[in-house]
Design a protein around this ligand. Sequence first.
Ligand code: PFF
Length: 476
Amino acid sequence: MVAATHQTSEGWSSRWAFILAAIGAAVGLGNVWRFPTLAGENGGGAFVLFYIGCVVLIGLPLVLSEILVGRAGRSDAVGSTRNVAAASGRSSRWAVLGWVEIITAFLIVSFYSVVAGWVFYYVGVMGVDFFGALASGDPFASAFQGEAAETVQGRLGGLLGNPWMLIAMHVVFMGVTFWVVASGVHDGIEKAAIWLMPAFFVLLIGITIYGAVVGDMTETLAFMFQPDFSRLTAQAMNEALGQALFSMSLGSAALMTYGAYVSRETKLAPTAAMIAFADTGVAIIAGLMIFPIVFAVGLDPAAGPTLVFQSLPVAFQQMPAGSLIGFLFFVLIFFAALTSSISLLEGPTSWGINERGWSRGKSAGIFAFCAFLIGVLCALGYNILSDVRPLGFWNIFAEADILDTVDGFTGKVMLPVAALLTAIFVGWRADKKLVENESGLEGAMFGVWRFLVAWVSPIAVGLILVFGLFPGLVPQ
Ligand code: PFF
Protein backbone atom coordinates (compact mmCIF):
# COMPACT_ATOMS: atom_id res chain seq x y z
CA MET A 1 0.00 0.00 0.00
CA VAL A 2 1.16 3.53 -0.66
CA ALA A 3 0.75 6.44 1.71
CA ALA A 4 -1.49 8.97 0.05
CA THR A 5 -4.51 11.19 0.28
CA HIS A 6 -8.18 10.62 -0.56
CA GLN A 7 -8.16 6.97 0.43
CA THR A 8 -11.33 4.98 0.72
CA SER A 9 -12.53 3.57 4.00
CA GLU A 10 -14.91 1.06 2.44
CA GLY A 11 -14.14 -2.60 1.86
CA TRP A 12 -15.52 -6.03 0.92
CA SER A 13 -16.53 -8.23 3.79
CA SER A 14 -14.70 -11.23 2.34
CA ARG A 15 -12.59 -12.39 -0.57
CA TRP A 16 -15.63 -14.14 -2.01
CA ALA A 17 -17.67 -10.99 -1.92
CA PHE A 18 -15.00 -9.35 -4.08
CA ILE A 19 -14.76 -12.30 -6.44
CA LEU A 20 -18.52 -12.41 -6.98
CA ALA A 21 -18.74 -8.65 -7.47
CA ALA A 22 -15.87 -8.68 -9.96
CA ILE A 23 -17.33 -11.64 -11.84
CA GLY A 24 -20.64 -9.77 -11.79
CA ALA A 25 -18.92 -6.79 -13.37
CA ALA A 26 -17.34 -8.93 -16.05
CA VAL A 27 -20.31 -11.15 -16.91
CA GLY A 28 -22.88 -9.05 -18.71
CA LEU A 29 -24.60 -8.32 -21.98
CA GLY A 30 -21.21 -8.78 -23.65
CA ASN A 31 -21.06 -12.45 -22.70
CA VAL A 32 -24.60 -13.54 -23.19
CA TRP A 33 -25.16 -12.55 -26.76
CA ARG A 34 -22.25 -10.67 -28.24
CA PHE A 35 -19.60 -13.34 -27.76
CA PRO A 36 -21.63 -16.26 -29.17
CA THR A 37 -22.67 -14.20 -32.17
CA LEU A 38 -19.11 -13.08 -32.88
CA ALA A 39 -17.82 -16.64 -32.53
CA GLY A 40 -20.42 -17.95 -34.92
CA GLU A 41 -19.80 -15.26 -37.50
CA ASN A 42 -16.02 -15.40 -37.40
CA GLY A 43 -15.03 -19.00 -37.89
CA GLY A 44 -16.24 -20.86 -34.80
CA GLY A 45 -13.42 -22.74 -33.12
CA ALA A 46 -10.70 -20.64 -34.71
CA PHE A 47 -12.23 -17.49 -33.23
CA VAL A 48 -12.78 -19.15 -29.86
CA LEU A 49 -9.16 -20.29 -29.73
CA PHE A 50 -7.88 -16.85 -30.68
CA TYR A 51 -10.20 -15.25 -28.12
CA ILE A 52 -8.86 -17.54 -25.38
CA GLY A 53 -5.33 -16.55 -26.44
CA CYS A 54 -6.29 -12.86 -26.03
CA VAL A 55 -7.76 -13.55 -22.61
CA VAL A 56 -4.68 -15.39 -21.35
CA LEU A 57 -1.97 -13.23 -22.88
CA ILE A 58 -3.56 -9.77 -22.68
CA GLY A 59 -6.80 -9.75 -20.70
CA LEU A 60 -5.68 -11.65 -17.64
CA PRO A 61 -2.41 -9.71 -17.19
CA LEU A 62 -4.37 -6.46 -17.46
CA VAL A 63 -7.06 -7.61 -15.02
CA LEU A 64 -4.34 -8.17 -12.44
CA SER A 65 -2.76 -4.80 -13.33
CA GLU A 66 -5.98 -2.86 -12.78
CA ILE A 67 -6.91 -4.56 -9.51
CA LEU A 68 -3.37 -4.07 -8.29
CA VAL A 69 -3.32 -0.33 -8.99
CA GLY A 70 -6.63 -0.03 -7.17
CA ARG A 71 -5.50 -1.90 -4.11
CA ALA A 72 -2.15 -0.11 -3.95
CA GLY A 73 -3.74 3.31 -4.43
CA ARG A 74 -6.86 2.58 -2.32
CA SER A 75 -8.92 5.30 -3.92
CA ASP A 76 -11.06 5.98 -6.98
CA ALA A 77 -9.44 5.36 -10.38
CA VAL A 78 -8.03 8.90 -10.58
CA GLY A 79 -6.82 8.92 -6.97
CA SER A 80 -5.34 5.43 -7.19
CA THR A 81 -3.29 6.10 -10.32
CA ARG A 82 -2.11 9.39 -8.82
CA ASN A 83 -1.16 7.69 -5.56
CA VAL A 84 0.72 4.87 -7.27
CA ALA A 85 2.48 7.36 -9.54
CA ALA A 86 3.54 9.43 -6.51
CA ALA A 87 4.82 6.36 -4.66
CA SER A 88 6.82 5.46 -7.79
CA GLY A 89 8.31 8.96 -8.13
CA ARG A 90 6.33 9.63 -11.30
CA SER A 91 4.31 12.62 -12.45
CA SER A 92 0.83 13.12 -11.01
CA ARG A 93 -0.25 13.52 -14.64
CA TRP A 94 -0.60 9.73 -14.73
CA ALA A 95 -3.97 10.43 -13.15
CA VAL A 96 -5.05 10.87 -16.77
CA LEU A 97 -5.32 7.06 -16.89
CA GLY A 98 -7.93 7.19 -14.14
CA TRP A 99 -9.74 10.00 -15.91
CA VAL A 100 -9.99 8.10 -19.17
CA GLU A 101 -11.32 5.06 -17.31
CA ILE A 102 -13.94 7.01 -15.40
CA ILE A 103 -15.19 8.88 -18.46
CA THR A 104 -15.34 5.58 -20.37
CA ALA A 105 -17.38 3.98 -17.58
CA PHE A 106 -19.74 6.95 -17.48
CA LEU A 107 -20.36 6.80 -21.24
CA ILE A 108 -20.74 3.01 -21.31
CA VAL A 109 -23.30 2.97 -18.51
CA SER A 110 -25.41 5.55 -20.34
CA PHE A 111 -26.10 3.28 -23.33
CA TYR A 112 -25.75 0.01 -21.43
CA SER A 113 -28.76 1.00 -19.35
CA VAL A 114 -30.82 1.60 -22.49
CA VAL A 115 -30.09 -1.88 -23.86
CA ALA A 116 -30.62 -3.39 -20.42
CA GLY A 117 -33.97 -1.58 -20.49
CA TRP A 118 -34.93 -3.66 -23.54
CA VAL A 119 -34.07 -6.76 -21.51
CA PHE A 120 -36.28 -5.50 -18.71
CA TYR A 121 -39.12 -4.96 -21.19
CA TYR A 122 -38.77 -8.55 -22.37
CA VAL A 123 -38.75 -9.78 -18.77
CA GLY A 124 -42.14 -8.08 -18.56
CA VAL A 125 -43.47 -9.42 -21.87
CA MET A 126 -42.36 -12.98 -21.17
CA GLY A 127 -43.47 -12.67 -17.55
CA VAL A 128 -47.02 -11.72 -18.58
CA ASP A 129 -47.04 -14.65 -20.99
CA PHE A 130 -45.74 -17.12 -18.42
CA PHE A 131 -47.99 -16.04 -15.56
CA GLY A 132 -50.92 -16.15 -17.98
CA ALA A 133 -50.02 -19.75 -18.83
CA LEU A 134 -49.63 -20.53 -15.15
CA ALA A 135 -53.03 -19.05 -14.33
CA SER A 136 -54.65 -21.16 -17.03
CA GLY A 137 -53.11 -24.26 -15.48
CA ASP A 138 -50.44 -24.92 -18.09
CA PRO A 139 -47.08 -23.73 -16.74
CA PHE A 140 -45.18 -25.74 -19.35
CA ALA A 141 -46.87 -24.19 -22.36
CA SER A 142 -44.85 -22.83 -25.25
CA ALA A 143 -44.66 -19.04 -25.44
CA PHE A 144 -47.06 -16.64 -27.21
CA GLN A 145 -49.64 -19.24 -28.18
CA GLY A 146 -51.85 -18.19 -31.04
CA GLU A 147 -49.64 -15.27 -32.04
CA ALA A 148 -48.15 -15.00 -35.52
CA ALA A 149 -44.34 -15.14 -35.66
CA GLU A 150 -44.35 -11.67 -37.24
CA THR A 151 -46.20 -10.27 -34.24
CA VAL A 152 -43.63 -11.81 -31.89
CA GLN A 153 -40.71 -10.47 -33.91
CA GLY A 154 -42.35 -7.12 -34.38
CA ARG A 155 -42.23 -6.39 -30.64
CA LEU A 156 -38.65 -5.16 -30.85
CA GLY A 157 -39.49 -2.71 -33.64
CA GLY A 158 -42.53 -1.60 -31.65
CA LEU A 159 -40.39 -0.97 -28.59
CA LEU A 160 -37.68 0.93 -30.46
CA GLY A 161 -40.29 3.09 -32.15
CA ASN A 162 -41.83 4.05 -28.81
CA PRO A 163 -39.66 6.69 -27.09
CA TRP A 164 -41.76 6.75 -23.91
CA MET A 165 -41.54 3.03 -23.37
CA LEU A 166 -37.78 3.02 -24.07
CA ILE A 167 -37.21 5.86 -21.62
CA ALA A 168 -39.45 4.26 -18.99
CA MET A 169 -37.45 1.01 -19.14
CA HIS A 170 -34.17 2.94 -19.08
CA VAL A 171 -35.33 4.94 -16.04
CA VAL A 172 -36.20 1.79 -14.14
CA PHE A 173 -32.88 0.13 -14.91
CA MET A 174 -30.80 3.21 -14.10
CA GLY A 175 -32.89 3.72 -10.97
CA VAL A 176 -32.18 0.22 -9.68
CA THR A 177 -28.49 0.62 -10.52
CA PHE A 178 -28.41 3.92 -8.62
CA TRP A 179 -30.20 2.44 -5.63
CA VAL A 180 -27.71 -0.44 -5.32
CA VAL A 181 -24.65 1.80 -5.71
CA ALA A 182 -26.03 4.42 -3.30
CA SER A 183 -26.54 1.69 -0.70
CA GLY A 184 -22.78 1.22 -0.44
CA VAL A 185 -20.07 -1.32 -1.15
CA HIS A 186 -21.12 -3.61 1.65
CA ASP A 187 -24.89 -3.12 1.78
CA GLY A 188 -25.48 -2.57 -1.93
CA ILE A 189 -22.89 -3.80 -4.42
CA GLU A 190 -21.80 -6.81 -2.44
CA LYS A 191 -25.31 -7.90 -1.48
CA ALA A 192 -26.48 -7.63 -5.09
CA ALA A 193 -23.57 -9.78 -6.27
CA ILE A 194 -24.03 -12.37 -3.56
CA TRP A 195 -27.67 -12.89 -4.50
CA LEU A 196 -27.68 -12.29 -8.22
CA MET A 197 -24.55 -14.14 -9.33
CA PRO A 198 -25.41 -17.54 -7.87
CA ALA A 199 -28.95 -17.14 -9.25
CA PHE A 200 -27.41 -16.28 -12.62
CA PHE A 201 -25.25 -19.42 -12.59
CA VAL A 202 -28.17 -21.67 -11.65
CA LEU A 203 -30.26 -20.25 -14.50
CA LEU A 204 -27.35 -20.49 -16.94
CA ILE A 205 -26.74 -24.16 -16.18
CA GLY A 206 -30.47 -24.97 -16.07
CA ILE A 207 -31.27 -23.38 -19.44
CA THR A 208 -28.15 -24.91 -21.01
CA ILE A 209 -29.28 -28.37 -19.92
CA TYR A 210 -32.76 -27.61 -21.28
CA GLY A 211 -31.20 -26.56 -24.61
CA ALA A 212 -29.09 -29.71 -24.71
CA VAL A 213 -32.16 -31.88 -24.14
CA VAL A 214 -34.70 -30.27 -26.44
CA GLY A 215 -32.39 -28.39 -28.83
CA ASP A 216 -29.73 -29.21 -31.37
CA MET A 217 -26.42 -29.53 -29.54
CA THR A 218 -24.59 -31.34 -32.36
CA GLU A 219 -25.05 -28.46 -34.76
CA THR A 220 -24.16 -25.99 -32.00
CA LEU A 221 -20.88 -27.72 -31.24
CA ALA A 222 -19.96 -27.72 -34.93
CA PHE A 223 -20.98 -24.07 -35.32
CA MET A 224 -19.07 -22.83 -32.29
CA PHE A 225 -16.03 -25.06 -32.18
CA GLN A 226 -15.22 -26.45 -35.61
CA PRO A 227 -12.21 -24.33 -36.51
CA ASP A 228 -12.32 -22.60 -39.85
CA PHE A 229 -9.08 -20.65 -39.94
CA SER A 230 -9.88 -19.10 -43.29
CA ARG A 231 -12.57 -17.01 -41.58
CA LEU A 232 -10.22 -15.75 -38.88
CA THR A 233 -9.39 -12.55 -40.71
CA ALA A 234 -7.47 -9.60 -39.26
CA GLN A 235 -10.84 -7.95 -38.77
CA ALA A 236 -12.04 -10.94 -36.75
CA MET A 237 -8.90 -10.88 -34.59
CA ASN A 238 -9.44 -7.22 -34.00
CA GLU A 239 -13.01 -7.94 -32.89
CA ALA A 240 -11.83 -10.73 -30.59
CA LEU A 241 -9.33 -8.51 -28.80
CA GLY A 242 -11.81 -5.64 -28.42
CA GLN A 243 -14.45 -8.05 -27.14
CA ALA A 244 -11.98 -9.52 -24.61
CA LEU A 245 -11.31 -6.04 -23.16
CA PHE A 246 -14.99 -5.13 -22.94
CA SER A 247 -16.04 -8.50 -21.59
CA MET A 248 -13.46 -8.47 -18.81
CA SER A 249 -14.47 -4.92 -17.85
CA LEU A 250 -11.01 -3.58 -18.57
CA GLY A 251 -10.33 0.09 -19.18
CA SER A 252 -13.50 1.30 -17.50
CA ALA A 253 -12.55 1.90 -13.85
CA ALA A 254 -14.59 -1.03 -12.57
CA LEU A 255 -11.74 -3.34 -11.63
CA MET A 256 -9.53 -0.54 -10.33
CA THR A 257 -12.33 0.76 -8.14
CA TYR A 258 -13.32 -2.68 -6.89
CA GLY A 259 -9.61 -3.39 -6.29
CA ALA A 260 -9.45 -0.50 -3.82
CA TYR A 261 -11.89 -2.35 -1.55
CA VAL A 262 -9.83 -5.56 -1.45
CA SER A 263 -8.09 -6.45 1.81
CA ARG A 264 -4.30 -6.70 2.10
CA GLU A 265 -4.55 -10.44 2.79
CA THR A 266 -6.20 -11.34 -0.50
CA LYS A 267 -3.82 -12.83 -3.05
CA LEU A 268 -4.53 -10.93 -6.24
CA ALA A 269 -3.08 -13.19 -8.93
CA PRO A 270 -5.28 -16.26 -8.34
CA THR A 271 -8.27 -13.98 -7.86
CA ALA A 272 -7.63 -12.27 -11.21
CA ALA A 273 -7.29 -15.69 -12.85
CA MET A 274 -10.61 -16.75 -11.41
CA ILE A 275 -12.35 -13.66 -12.77
CA ALA A 276 -10.88 -14.15 -16.24
CA PHE A 277 -11.71 -17.84 -16.23
CA ALA A 278 -15.31 -17.30 -15.09
CA ASP A 279 -15.91 -14.56 -17.64
CA THR A 280 -14.62 -16.66 -20.51
CA GLY A 281 -16.41 -19.77 -19.28
CA VAL A 282 -19.72 -17.92 -19.14
CA ALA A 283 -19.23 -16.55 -22.65
CA ILE A 284 -18.70 -20.07 -24.01
CA ILE A 285 -21.53 -21.62 -22.00
CA ALA A 286 -23.84 -18.80 -23.15
CA GLY A 287 -23.21 -19.99 -26.71
CA LEU A 288 -24.01 -23.55 -25.68
CA MET A 289 -27.21 -22.24 -24.11
CA ILE A 290 -28.47 -20.09 -26.98
CA PHE A 291 -27.59 -21.91 -30.19
CA PRO A 292 -29.24 -25.29 -29.54
CA ILE A 293 -32.50 -23.35 -29.17
CA VAL A 294 -31.81 -21.30 -32.30
CA PHE A 295 -30.91 -24.37 -34.35
CA ALA A 296 -33.79 -26.46 -33.03
CA VAL A 297 -36.26 -24.26 -34.88
CA GLY A 298 -34.02 -23.54 -37.87
CA LEU A 299 -33.33 -19.85 -37.20
CA ASP A 300 -30.34 -17.87 -38.50
CA PRO A 301 -27.52 -18.03 -35.91
CA ALA A 302 -25.83 -14.97 -37.39
CA ALA A 303 -28.79 -12.63 -36.95
CA GLY A 304 -26.57 -10.33 -34.87
CA PRO A 305 -27.86 -7.99 -32.18
CA THR A 306 -31.49 -8.90 -32.83
CA LEU A 307 -30.84 -12.60 -32.18
CA VAL A 308 -31.81 -12.45 -28.53
CA PHE A 309 -34.73 -10.04 -28.89
CA GLN A 310 -36.30 -11.26 -32.12
CA SER A 311 -35.18 -14.77 -32.98
CA LEU A 312 -35.23 -16.34 -29.54
CA PRO A 313 -38.80 -15.31 -28.66
CA VAL A 314 -39.92 -17.01 -31.89
CA ALA A 315 -37.93 -20.09 -30.87
CA PHE A 316 -39.60 -20.10 -27.45
CA GLN A 317 -42.92 -20.05 -29.28
CA GLN A 318 -42.11 -23.45 -30.73
CA MET A 319 -40.39 -25.09 -27.77
CA PRO A 320 -41.83 -27.11 -24.89
CA ALA A 321 -42.07 -24.96 -21.75
CA GLY A 322 -40.99 -22.05 -23.96
CA SER A 323 -42.98 -19.57 -21.92
CA LEU A 324 -41.26 -20.45 -18.63
CA ILE A 325 -37.78 -20.84 -20.17
CA GLY A 326 -38.13 -17.60 -22.12
CA PHE A 327 -39.07 -15.73 -18.96
CA LEU A 328 -36.14 -17.22 -17.03
CA PHE A 329 -33.81 -16.50 -19.93
CA PHE A 330 -34.52 -12.77 -19.83
CA VAL A 331 -34.32 -12.73 -16.03
CA LEU A 332 -30.85 -14.26 -16.42
CA ILE A 333 -29.69 -11.56 -18.83
CA PHE A 334 -31.23 -8.92 -16.60
CA PHE A 335 -29.20 -10.10 -13.59
CA ALA A 336 -26.02 -10.18 -15.66
CA ALA A 337 -26.62 -6.67 -16.98
CA LEU A 338 -27.45 -5.27 -13.55
CA THR A 339 -24.26 -6.42 -11.81
CA SER A 340 -22.28 -4.96 -14.73
CA SER A 341 -24.02 -1.60 -14.72
CA ILE A 342 -23.50 -1.37 -10.95
CA SER A 343 -19.75 -1.71 -11.50
CA LEU A 344 -19.87 0.91 -14.24
CA LEU A 345 -21.62 3.46 -12.03
CA GLU A 346 -19.37 2.72 -9.06
CA GLY A 347 -16.23 4.04 -10.85
CA PRO A 348 -17.49 7.64 -11.28
CA THR A 349 -19.35 7.49 -7.94
CA SER A 350 -16.18 6.65 -6.06
CA TRP A 351 -14.45 9.60 -7.76
CA GLY A 352 -17.14 11.98 -6.45
CA ILE A 353 -16.80 10.54 -2.94
CA ASN A 354 -13.00 10.58 -2.73
CA GLU A 355 -12.07 13.61 -4.79
CA ARG A 356 -15.04 15.88 -4.23
CA GLY A 357 -16.09 14.83 -0.76
CA TRP A 358 -19.67 14.15 -1.89
CA SER A 359 -21.80 11.69 -0.01
CA ARG A 360 -22.22 8.32 -1.74
CA GLY A 361 -25.89 8.99 -2.47
CA LYS A 362 -25.20 12.42 -3.96
CA SER A 363 -22.31 11.16 -6.09
CA ALA A 364 -24.20 8.13 -7.41
CA GLY A 365 -27.24 10.35 -8.00
CA ILE A 366 -25.35 12.97 -10.01
CA PHE A 367 -23.67 10.43 -12.26
CA ALA A 368 -26.74 8.24 -12.66
CA PHE A 369 -28.80 11.27 -13.62
CA CYS A 370 -26.27 12.62 -16.15
CA ALA A 371 -25.76 9.15 -17.66
CA PHE A 372 -29.53 8.79 -17.79
CA LEU A 373 -29.77 11.98 -19.87
CA ILE A 374 -27.20 10.73 -22.39
CA GLY A 375 -29.09 7.44 -22.44
CA VAL A 376 -32.29 9.33 -23.28
CA LEU A 377 -30.56 10.72 -26.36
CA CYS A 378 -29.46 7.17 -27.26
CA ALA A 379 -33.06 5.98 -26.89
CA LEU A 380 -34.40 8.83 -29.01
CA GLY A 381 -31.85 7.89 -31.66
CA TYR A 382 -34.16 4.98 -32.57
CA ASN A 383 -37.15 7.17 -33.26
CA ILE A 384 -37.39 10.96 -33.02
CA LEU A 385 -33.67 11.50 -33.62
CA SER A 386 -33.14 8.60 -35.99
CA ASP A 387 -31.50 10.83 -38.60
CA VAL A 388 -28.82 12.04 -36.22
CA ARG A 389 -25.29 10.74 -36.88
CA PRO A 390 -23.23 12.40 -34.10
CA LEU A 391 -19.84 11.54 -35.60
CA GLY A 392 -21.06 11.40 -39.18
CA PHE A 393 -17.95 13.21 -40.42
CA TRP A 394 -15.75 10.29 -39.32
CA ASN A 395 -15.95 7.45 -41.81
CA ILE A 396 -16.04 4.59 -39.27
CA PHE A 397 -18.98 6.21 -37.47
CA ALA A 398 -20.65 7.64 -40.56
CA GLU A 399 -23.65 5.28 -40.39
CA ALA A 400 -23.84 5.06 -36.58
CA ASP A 401 -26.95 6.29 -34.78
CA ILE A 402 -26.56 7.88 -31.33
CA LEU A 403 -26.33 4.67 -29.30
CA ASP A 404 -24.00 2.97 -31.78
CA THR A 405 -21.80 6.06 -31.78
CA VAL A 406 -21.38 6.10 -27.99
CA ASP A 407 -20.85 2.33 -28.04
CA GLY A 408 -18.40 2.48 -30.96
CA PHE A 409 -16.46 5.45 -29.66
CA THR A 410 -15.99 3.97 -26.19
CA GLY A 411 -15.22 0.51 -27.56
CA LYS A 412 -12.93 1.47 -30.41
CA VAL A 413 -11.22 4.52 -28.97
CA MET A 414 -11.49 5.04 -25.22
CA LEU A 415 -11.31 1.49 -23.97
CA PRO A 416 -8.18 0.54 -25.95
CA VAL A 417 -6.57 3.87 -24.97
CA ALA A 418 -7.24 3.11 -21.30
CA ALA A 419 -5.89 -0.44 -21.66
CA LEU A 420 -2.79 0.86 -23.44
CA LEU A 421 -2.14 3.44 -20.72
CA THR A 422 -2.65 0.79 -18.03
CA ALA A 423 -0.10 -1.49 -19.68
CA ILE A 424 2.47 1.30 -20.03
CA PHE A 425 1.87 2.59 -16.53
CA VAL A 426 2.08 -0.78 -14.77
CA GLY A 427 4.68 -2.27 -17.12
CA TRP A 428 7.06 0.69 -17.34
CA ARG A 429 6.33 3.56 -14.97
CA ALA A 430 5.11 2.13 -11.67
CA ASP A 431 7.79 1.12 -9.18
CA LYS A 432 8.81 -2.46 -9.89
CA LYS A 433 9.09 -3.50 -6.22
CA LEU A 434 5.71 -2.00 -5.40
CA VAL A 435 4.13 -3.83 -8.30
CA GLU A 436 5.86 -7.08 -7.42
CA ASN A 437 4.75 -6.95 -3.77
CA GLU A 438 1.23 -6.03 -4.66
CA SER A 439 0.87 -8.71 -7.36
CA GLY A 440 1.96 -11.48 -5.01
CA LEU A 441 3.79 -13.10 -7.93
CA GLU A 442 7.38 -14.23 -7.50
CA GLY A 443 10.37 -15.18 -9.59
CA ALA A 444 9.69 -16.47 -13.07
CA MET A 445 5.92 -16.01 -12.76
CA PHE A 446 6.40 -12.33 -12.05
CA GLY A 447 8.80 -12.08 -14.98
CA VAL A 448 6.33 -13.68 -17.39
CA TRP A 449 3.45 -11.53 -16.20
CA ARG A 450 5.49 -8.34 -16.39
CA PHE A 451 6.65 -9.22 -19.89
CA LEU A 452 3.05 -9.70 -20.97
CA VAL A 453 2.02 -6.37 -19.45
CA ALA A 454 5.02 -4.38 -20.64
CA TRP A 455 5.43 -5.80 -24.15
CA VAL A 456 2.63 -8.01 -25.40
CA SER A 457 -0.33 -5.93 -24.19
CA PRO A 458 0.80 -2.52 -25.46
CA ILE A 459 1.64 -3.91 -28.89
CA ALA A 460 -1.56 -5.92 -29.23
CA VAL A 461 -3.81 -3.18 -27.86
CA GLY A 462 -1.99 -0.57 -29.95
CA LEU A 463 -2.82 -2.68 -33.00
CA ILE A 464 -6.52 -2.87 -32.16
CA LEU A 465 -6.56 0.86 -31.72
CA VAL A 466 -4.94 1.57 -35.07
CA PHE A 467 -6.87 -1.07 -36.99
CA GLY A 468 -10.10 -0.18 -35.23
CA LEU A 469 -9.74 3.46 -36.23
CA PHE A 470 -8.34 2.85 -39.71
CA PRO A 471 -9.99 -0.34 -40.94
CA GLY A 472 -8.51 0.34 -44.38
CA LEU A 473 -5.11 -0.66 -42.99
CA VAL A 474 -6.31 -4.12 -41.96
CA PRO A 475 -4.72 -6.73 -44.23
CA GLN A 476 -7.53 -8.76 -45.83
N1 PFF B 1 -18.16 -6.66 -19.01
C1 PFF B 1 -19.50 -6.22 -19.25
C2 PFF B 1 -20.14 -7.11 -20.30
O1 PFF B 1 -19.48 -8.01 -20.83
O2 PFF B 1 -21.31 -6.89 -20.61
C3 PFF B 1 -19.56 -4.76 -19.65
C4 PFF B 1 -18.73 -3.86 -18.81
C5 PFF B 1 -18.94 -3.79 -17.43
C6 PFF B 1 -17.73 -3.13 -19.38
C7 PFF B 1 -18.14 -3.00 -16.62
C8 PFF B 1 -16.92 -2.32 -18.60
C9 PFF B 1 -17.14 -2.28 -17.22
F1 PFF B 1 -16.39 -1.51 -16.49
